[in-house]
Design a protein around this ligand. Structure first.
Ligand code: HEM
Length: 360
């Protein structure tokens, strides 16, 4: 009898330990968008029904090296979002932050646009961003409650911003805190099309935010070859099914002849002849997720720039094979006529002759 009682006690203790062990080991294992209004303690994200796993234990995000593309077709190229690395911090933070602040003060309307009716979604974006940053990088960001509302402290820059419902420019604050640009898309119930309703785009890749704010996805992508035939319909369907659990990411690639992160027009022929040292690989990491409270779509963009002359041998081979895999109209759209000969000549010098033939 005593033996049975002891065995039962040991089993019960083991069960309890197994049940609480994960939360003892990882207090930040579960992360969900932080609701400033409801929480009494602004420093602790609360649990809810749409938790997303985020942990500090994962390695900091590294943009993947260039690889040859398996397909030459314009494709969505989506993969599951790595949630713990949704927003990123790296050694370019301070210099890019300074550039972001300067653009915000010198050309505000070129980089921030919020159409009427988008405020609630922008507030939701800021809630997600502050919750993420203070959970993922608690050494750099904290949320503190003051008499007039919650604030976020950024120890990297010694800045403090009012957040929560009294914040008047939430998408702009999000863009000042993070290295990413933020876009809010809202579905038109009549057409089923998604429209760009708010954006903080500090680093546009060849387009003007002021011109395109309010545009549908189809109009936004007007200059993109084969958008309508190959991508448009899929993207609308994909957005319809997006949830906080099915967040996705994709990357893209451009060649630029300047180092400008703020590039609001397509590449044009430069005044002086180009050399390989003028050429930059511009790549974006784009992430998509549903804003659960306001039912909009959030599209974030992190831009990476690297001089082509800093690429290693394998990346040069990969870059060349990607570019040569582009269909003719894609090459034209991406400015191949401006930089193509210089880049291809340099690739040949660095890694030898072509193995892939240009498609005619
Ligand atoms: C799954 C969703 C999306 C896909 C598959 C997609 C795909 C593309 C592609 C293929 C291009 C051509 C350049 C490149 O190679 O990347 C492009 C350009 C562009 N995309 Fe998207 N995109 C998506 C979502 C969005 C969203 C949500 C926005 C909202 C801001 C956006 C804004 C743009 C703009 C402004 C351009 C430049 C167009 C130009 O050159 O004038 N895209 N996109």
């Amino acid at each position: 009898m005593v033996f049975l009682a002891i065995t039962f006690f040991i089993l019960l203790t083991l069960c309890i330990l197994l049940a609480i062990l994960p939360s003892l080991l990882h207090p930040l294992l579960f992360w969900k968008p932080f609701n400033h209004e409801k929480s009494s303690d602004a420093r602790r994200p609360s649990l809810g029904t749409t938790e997303t796993k985020i942990t500090q234990e994962v390695a900091p995000y590294q943009f993947p090296p260039l690889r040859p593309k398996s397909s030459s077709r314009m494709a969505m190229g989506l993969k599951r979002l790595d949630h713990s690395n949704w927003l990123t911090l790296d050694s370019s933070y301070l210099s890019e932050h300074a550039l972001r602040l300067s653009l915000l003060s010198s050309r505000h309307a070129d980089v921030v646009q919020c159409l009427p009716g988008s405020m609630a979604s922008c507030q939701e974006v800021l809630g997600l961003v502050t919750s993420f940053l203070s959970t993922r990088f608690p050494q750099h960001y904290s949320i503190v409650t003051k008499a007039d509302g919650p604030y976020i402290e950024n120890r990297l820059t010694s800045e403090t911003y009012l957040i929560g419902e009294k914040c008047e420019n939430p998408i702009e604050v999000a863009a000042k805190l993070a290295m990413e640009d933020f876009n809010v898309l809202v579905r038109d119930p009549e057409t089923g099309e998604y429209h760009l309703r708010a954006s903080a785009t500090l680093f546009p890749a060849g387009w003007k935010l002021q011109e395109r704010i309010g545009y549908s996805m189809a109009r936004l992508h007007g200059p993109v070859p084969a958008w309508k035939e190959k991508l448009g319909a899929n993207v609308n369907k994909y957005f319809d099914h997006l949830s906080s659990k099915t967040a996705m990411e994709r990357t893209n690639l451009f060649i630029q002849t300047t180092q400008d992160l703020f590039q609001d027009a397509p590449e044009s022929p430069p005044p002086k002849p180009l050399t390989p040292s003028n050429l930059m690989v511009r790549r974006e990491r784009q992430a998509f997720m549903r804003l659960e409270k306001t039912d909009a779509v959030l599209f974030t963009v992190r831009t990476y720039m690297q001089p082509v002359t800093e690429l290693g041998e394998e990346e040069i081979i990969a870059l060349r094979s990607q570019i040569l895999g582009w269909e003719e109209e894609v090459r034209l759209y991406k400015g191949y006529k401006i930089w193509g000969d210089i880049l291809m000549g340099w690739c040949e010098e660095m890694v030898g002759e072509l193995e892939v033939k240009v498609k005619e």
